[in-house]
Design a protein around this ligand. Structure first.
Ligand SMILES: [Fe+2]
Length: 198
């Protein structure tokens, strides 16, 4: 994917990411980096995976996410704002890609992936490597050291919350990562943040 277009995508996404959750911009840039790394080793389509990653979380700027902030790590996936941010991101992404005259077949695919990007079962059911790579890149950012700092900044570093968050991440290692590249990297990152320690 050419650099000029990537810049345009980022410029389009930035105002939304800056007005979403704390750290959404940095999270998005890390997810894009993880996506690029996965694409070096897995035969996905960068013209689908990268726009998905740049645009997947722009919808947080359109929803009240207090329920997400207040939820425990286990509850977060069932929050109303968790569902609605995917719909809002998909709508906004569709508009942005149309404005940038993006290929309409790819645009439809990107919008469909974004609309379910935080529902692992729905992503896996798509049986589309591009969708899998988007989920993996997004969720790899729950394992890096930066993501642990982000998590604590967003939710406070109460021991009980972090302990529960560790459990969610340990289960996620098996549930979320499907490609060999993401399996290997997620376990390496998990080891580095002490996920396997009691
Ligand atoms: Fe998301």
């Amino acid at each position: 994917m050419n650099e000029m277009f990537e810049k345009e995508l980022l410029m389009a996404a930035e105002p939304y990411l800056q007005s979403g959750r704390k750290g959404d911009m940095e999270h998005t840039l890390r997810a894009v980096d993880y996506g690029k790394y996965l694409l070096e080793h897995e035969p996905g389509d960068p013209a689908i995976v990268l726009p998905c990653l740049y645009l997947h979380d722009i919808g947080w700027s359109r929803v009240n996410y207090q329920d997400f902030v207040d939820a425990t790590p286990t509850q977060k996936k069932n929050c109303l704002s968790m569902q609605s941010h995917m719909q809002e991101s998909a709508k906004l992404a569709s508009g942005i890609l149309e404005r940038l005259n993006y290929d309409s077949d790819r645009r439809d695919r990107i919008v469909a992936i974004i609309a379910v990007h935080d529902q692992p079962e729905a992503i896996i059911a798509m049986q589309d490597l591009n969708a899998t790579l988007v989920m993996e890149a997004d969720r790899l950012d729950r394992y890096g050291q930066e993501s642990v700092s982000r998590y604590k900044a967003m939710f406070g570093d109460a021991y009980t919350a972090w302990k529960e968050a560790k459990t969610v991440r340990l289960e996620g290692l098996d549930a979320w990562f499907r490609t060999e590249t993401a399996k290997t990297l997620s376990r390496k990152l998990a080891l580095e943040i002490g996920l396997f320690e009691p």
